[in-house]
Write a protein that binds this ligand. Structure first.
Ligand code: FAD
Length: 375
């Protein structure tokens, strides 16, 4: 495949995923409790074989899954993505024992994962994190501190936790730990957010961990975090593209049917041009997401720049497209329960998490100047 078109088999898979999202996953999502992990939904993603694909497919497949699920069921999309985000460090950096214990359960949906990097005092500046891992015995540590804005917390069955093993060493003093939820001293609370997203805080009160819980190398945790984010960033863009496409489809239908001024809304040139602009920007974002994911799968050198560009363009585009869609639908779009009311709430957070838009611009600029230095 090229970066510009999908194979017929990939297009058919996307159509199948959209149908599954609409008919099998949406009914389960609607029964979920807002702000809580929807275990029935996660289990169904496992039964459908989608969770195991998180560990057997590449970045492009991840993007196709996220885009297609988001088109019809954002809750299913997010549940899938969070399993991947929390468990990818185990898949890519875990020991055989860690992988054997957790990956089959993540894949069948019986264990829920979380990725715990952010703290009240360290969000964009993740290298400033302060959750302390203090030595305890010959090969252990005690974790003390707080994580916040952690998706799937506190319900998750295990978390990938990034803690400071070497004070004052910035990014080079961070270790990734796999922490099961039943460790003594680990508690958490829920946060009530704008989007219907299970998210909360984690409090660590001298939680014991050993060398067997380390993911990757001691003091090598920041690499684990950055590897994970390089894979997931284009796929956040794919989530955004799925939402933009859903908003665009709804707008096409609405403007083609809505009577106005003796014709239909679409007959007003300013309306038709707005729809064209929405489609133009969505298509550009979609292509950039596919190109970034393909670069990741090919092991290209410029993945950080491409991943940042794809995430930035797609999330900002989705915000624009959903906002335009609301405008062209008028009041009905703001009624609780309307697709666009839902998307309007969902579309905001991806511009902040996994690196805010400004942080992506910083990465792009840094990578550009690096190529100048390399000449
Ligand atoms: C719905 C949701 C889910 C989340 N899930 C998780 C999760 O599962 N795991 C996890 O670890 N974290 C998660 N987060 C946290 C998220 O990663 C952080 O919110 C994000 O990194 C930004 O950190 P902050 O909120 O502390 O904002 P700050 O770092 O305080 O930044 C605030 C704003 O300042 C500006 N800014 C920051 N840095 C720069 C810069 N370098 N240049 C220019 N401007 C800048 C940006 O406008 C930014 O939005 C989630 C957040 C949300 C909203």
């Amino acid at each position: 495949m090229t970066a510009f078109s999908l194979e017929p088999a990939q297009l058919a898979w996307c159509a199948e995923l959209r149908a599954l999202a609409e008919h099998r996953l949406r009914p389960l999502a609607e029964k979920g409790e807002p702000g809580r992990v929807n275990r029935a939904l996660v289990a169904e993603l496992g039964t459908l074989g989608l969770l195991s694909r998180l560990f057997t497919s590449g970045a492009l497949d991840l993007c196709l899954m996220r885009e297609s699920l988001a088109h019809a069921c954002t809750e299913a999309e997010t549940a899938l993505a969070l399993q991947g985000l929390g468990a990818h460090p185990v898949h890519a950096h875990g020991t055989p024992a860690q992988r054997d214990r957790w990956l089959p359960r993540v894949s069948d949906g019986s264990a829920v994962a979380a990725f715990a990097l952010s703290e009240p005092g360290a969000g964009s500046d993740a290298a400033a994190l302060s959750l302390a891992a203090r030595p305890d015995g010959p090969s252990g540590w005690r974790l003390t501190g707080e994580k916040c804005w952690i998706s799937n917390a506190p319900d998750a069955d295990f978390c990938t936790v990034f803690a400071r093993t070497t004070p004052g060493a910035g990014a080079r003093g961070v270790t990734a730990f796999l922490v099961p939820a039943d460790r003594p001293g680990l508690t958490g609370g829920r946060l009530d957010m704008l989007s219907p997203h299970p998210i909360g805080t984690l409090r660590f009160d001298a939680v014991p961990v050993t060398a067997d819980d380390v993911l990757g190398d001691p003091d090598g945790g920041f690499r684990v975090a950055m590897d994970t984010l390089n894979l997931f960033r284009p796929s956040v863009g794919a989530f955004a593209v799925g939402m933009a496409r859903a908003a665009l489809d709804a707008t096409l239908e609405h403007t083609a049917r809505r009577d106005a001024f003796g014709g239909r809304l679409k007959d007003l040139q300013s309306v038709a041009h707005q729809v064209a602009e929405m489609a133009l920007r969505t298509e550009a974002a979609r292509l950039m997401v596919y190109a970034a994911a393909t670069a990741y799968d090919e092991g290209a050198a410029d993945v950080p720049r491409r991943a940042a560009m794809a995430k930035l363009l797609a999330t900002e585009t989705a915000q624009y497209v959903v906002d335009r869609a609301v405008q062209l639908h008028g009041a009905r779009a703001l009624q609780r329960g309307h697709l666009l009311e839902h998307l309007y709430r969902e579309v905001r957070a991806p511009r902040i998490y996994e690196g805010a838009s400004e942080v992506q611009r910083g990465i792009i600029a840094k990578e550009l100047y690096k190529t100048l230095e390399d000449r």
